[in-house]
Design a protein around this ligand. Structure first.
Ligand code: GUN
Length: 297
């Protein structure tokens, strides 16, 4: 039987609606408008598109949005100075510096320069450290938090299940493994993290109740790597050439969708699966940052 699709777009939309009501409440009861600053350095077309969609979403939900477009020639020191201004700006509760940054700027230095209480991306070492320690006073990074929400809101039990994560990136693989293995509600999973050097990869993947593919290789996960009835979460966004497509390419995930969907129990499509969740969790984190700043429950 073909797998049931996890509709990330619909789930993200529900989260946005919840966030918009929370923003309306904060305005009405506390005279507080959550604010997000997004910094873009250079003109990477994918980053320009991401930043615009974040900007639009802030406006749609009733959030204050500040966008800084800086030239690609901006120095590390100049960028740090802008971030420092925002760290002290009382109208701004979340700061996001869009990655990737130009090669002359160290992402490590920049992410560490963001006030950890405004680090809605959860890229600051302090917040990643809190996540590793199981301290929930920081933030959950947006894409991994979105994956957890997709599972919860699709009724997938996580506790005690075997989750196999393909990929150990800082943005997805490593943090999602930390979130799902936490000693906490909607977590408590047994997590195995695999990567390009893992032996017996197919065998390990076949033992997964929940398989999270975040390896960045188009169609990497084949049907023979998936157990009958497993839940498959595809985090990949890969461009493959397609002369029939308007842009000359189309986006595909890390999962060989057609054959895998005949075997899986539940699966996320690309696009329309994990993608829309990232921005939904960013908005959620910004509201959380504003509430924490003002001591609001
Ligand atoms: N570039 C791609 N994804 C992300 C993200 O989630 N946050 C930031 N800051 N940059 C990104």
């Amino acid at each position: 039987m073909p797998a049931r699709l996890i509709d990330g777009k619909a789930i993200a939309e529900r989260i946005q609606t919840e966030t918009a009501s929370e923003i309306a409440r904060l305005k009405a009861e506390h005279n507080l408008t959550p604010g997000l600053a997004v910094i873009l350095v250079g003109e990477n077309p994918a980053s320009v598109a991401y930043v615009s969609s974040k900007d639009k979403m802030c406006t749609r939900l009733g959030m204050h949005s500040l966008r800084l477009n800086l030239p690609a020639s901006t120095t590390e020191g100049e960028l740090l100075a802008k971030i420092n201004d925002l760290n002290f700006d009382r109208t701004i509760h979340g700061i996001l510096v869009q990655a990737p940054l130009p090669p002359h700027i160290s992402e490590d230095v920049i992410f560490a320069g963001v006030d950890p209480t405004k680090d809605v991306d959860c890229f600051h070492p302090l917040n990643i450290g809190k996540l590793a320690l199981g301290d929930d006073s920081g933030f959950f990074p947006c894409t991994p938090a979105g994956i957890q929400q997709l599972l919860i809101r699709s009724g997938v039990p996580i506790e005690g299940r075997h989750v196999v994560v393909l990929g150990r990136s800082r943005i997805v693989g490593r943090p999602v493994s930390l979130i799902l293995s936490q000693k906490a509600k909607n977590a408590n999973a047994t997590v195995t993290v695999c990567h390009s050097r893992s032996a017996n990869l197919a065998e390990i993947c076949r033992s997964a109740d929940i398989l999270v593919a975040a390896i960045g290789v188009a169609h990497f996960v084949k049907a023979e790597m998936v157990r009958e009835g497993a839940v498959v979460i595809d985090v990949g966004i890969n461009r493959v050439e397609d002369k029939t497509a308007a842009k000359g390419y189309r986006l595909v995930g890390d999962v060989d969708f057609e054959p895998v969907s005949l075997k899986a129990g539940l699966i996320t499509p690309v696009p329309g699966g994990v993608g829309p969740m990232t921005i939904a969790m960013l908005m959620h984190n910004t509201v959380r940052a504003a509430k924490l700043r003002h001591g609001i429950e």
